[in-house]
Design a protein around this ligand. Sequence first.
Ligand code: HEC
Length: 149
Amino acid sequence: MKLLLTAGLMLLLLSCSQGADSPRGFSLPEGNPAKGELVFRKYQCLACHSLKGFEDDSTEKQLPTPVRLGGNVSQIKTYAELVTSVINPSHKIAQHYVPSMVSDDQGHSKMRNYNDLMTVSELVDLVAFLQPQYQLVPYRRTDYPTFLP
Ligand code: HEC
């Protein structure tokens, strides 16, 4: 019975991921990370974000605590997720933050909307620049001492 339920659930999940709203078939042309860095600076992402190795004090800060981009993650950021973060930031609000810090009363992201400013090429390059900033670290296993006979 339990197995049946699990199987049913999996089918349900599978059919969801194949729906019209699924990221299936989503593909971007290859971006240029060097140009992406220029895009990152042009749109002053550092006003609200921190990114290791790209500190910039000349950008006026807009958040009391910047939202960290890049760094160690336990699950790789796909470019679909990164594109979504930029063009539809409220879709999934960054975790590990006090909600009121990163979103408004209605749960909308405080992130600036770039959809009428950024070209698609800029977006593609930006994502090519951002993605390698994330390093995948596997879940740390608790190491229990092994007792040898
Ligand atoms: C006005 C402040 C602001 C600016 C400017 C801004 N962001 Fe954000 N951004 C946020 C906030 C707040 C969040 C967290 C809420 C959310 O997930 O949308 C966020 C989240 C993100 C995330 C998801 C982070 C995660 O761990 O889930 C990405 C990626 C991102 N921003 C990229 C960018 C890029 C690239 C730019 C520049 C083109 C930019 N942001 C400019 C405020 C900003």
